[in-house]
Ligand binder design. Structure first.
Ligand code: SF4
Length: 332
């Protein structure tokens, strides 16, 4: 294993010019105020120096506990919020400060709550074609496209004239996905898109997303806390902890050979696919961390059963453990 300073593989991973989406040392800090004068008393470092590449046609799954920064990273990459610093490259173009209109329509987001994503007073077709109307596309043309994407997500034309409350949860999420597809996107950020649905419906939506990825040549950033979902939908997994990506690897590698103690802790809560393989339930994952006052050194050290003295003061760097497998831990 080589340190990243001299590791060309890591550079390649971080600045992969063939990637559709790249994040370079991305940071998003939220100020925390106190008192009547609302003085800044600190910052929540929601995303704190993330570099990653997502290749064309890939499904990269972000996993981690709530509060790890997954949603903020998704919002940054979909241009819903501005980074504090760092760069976002899409199709080779730096879109950090400004995104051209023709590229804006290529990046769409699907959130977890389909009901909150839809306007209760507008019929489904009207909502699906909204992005096209906003672009100035003529209504008839927009409606034709709207019917097409509704059909692609499995909603018949009879549902196009219904209001959101007349649809089931699964149908509503299909409508939200149709609205995301209507502008012919290339990159979808899917933020827990199935977590509010019944288990049987979740499987249907996941299958739909898999099919659409092929049909529309899509690239996904899929955010989930559910490892079974990650395993089903992902090509590559990135594990986030307190604003940092601590491990990335192709799905199979990550599940069969997790390296970071935090990844091991996460996987210990997930039934082992190989019954011969021991679980790892002894790693504590329930120690409260103040998000404004993050631990010095390795952020995981207060919870890490393998922590060494240097973990309390030194910050580990991302190293390449094997091909396409990167980990941020002094053990490697
Ligand atoms: Fe644990 Fe140290 Fe590795 Fe952090 S750097 S995960 S504390 S062993």
């Amino acid at each position: 294993m080589r340190k990243n300073k001299e590791d060309p593989g890591l550079q390649e991973h971080v600045v992969d010019s063939s990637a559709l989406v790249q994040a370079i040392n991305l940071k998003k800090y939220y100020p925390v105020y106190s008192g009547v004068f609302r003085r800044i008393k600190g910052y929540v470092r929601a995303v704190d120096g993330v570099s990653l590449s997502i290749r064309q046609g890939e499904s990269l799954v972000l996993v981690g506990e709530s509060g790890s920064g997954k949603t903020t990273l998704g919002m940054l990459l979909s241009k819903l919020t501005q980074p504090t610093s760092g760069k976002i490259i899409f199709k080779g173009l730096d879109i950090t400060d400004k995104i051209p209109k023709k590229l804006r329509r290529k990046i769409r987001v699907v959130f977890q709550d389909p009901y909150a994503s839809l306007n209760p007073r507008i019929k489904i077709l009207g909502q699906v074609i909204e992005p096209l109307i906003a672009e100035g596309i003529e209504k008839k043309e927009a409606e034709e496209k709207g019917y097409k994407v509704l059909e692609a997500v499995g909603l018949g034309t009879e549902l196009a004239s219904k209001y959101p409350h007349e649809l089931s949860g699964g149908q509503r999420q299909r409508a939200v996905i149709a609205r995301a597809l209507v502008t012919d996107p290339e990159f979808l950020v899917l933020d827990e898109p199935t977590s509010m649905l019944d288990v049987s419906i979740q499987a249907q939506i996941l299958n739909l997303l898999k099919r659409l990825k092929q049909e529309y040549s899509l690239t996904y950033l899929f955010i989930t806390h559910n490892l079974a979902v990650a395993r089903y939908i992902g090509d590559r997994i990135a594990v986030m902890y307190l604003g940092r990506i601590v491990e990335t690897a192709p799905k199979r590698t990550l599940f069969s050979n997790p390296l970071h103690p935090y990844t091991k802790a996460l996987l210990s809560a997930y039934p082992a696919p190989d019954p011969e393989k021991p679980w790892n339930p002894e790693i504590p994952v329930d120690i409260a961390i103040n998000p404004v006052k993050l631990p010095g050194g390795c952020r995981f050290h207060p919870r890490c059963p393998l922590a060494m003295e240097k973990c309390k003061s030194g910050t580990p760097e991302l190293v390449r453990a094997e091909k396409e497998h990167y980990v941020e831990c002094f053990l490697y």
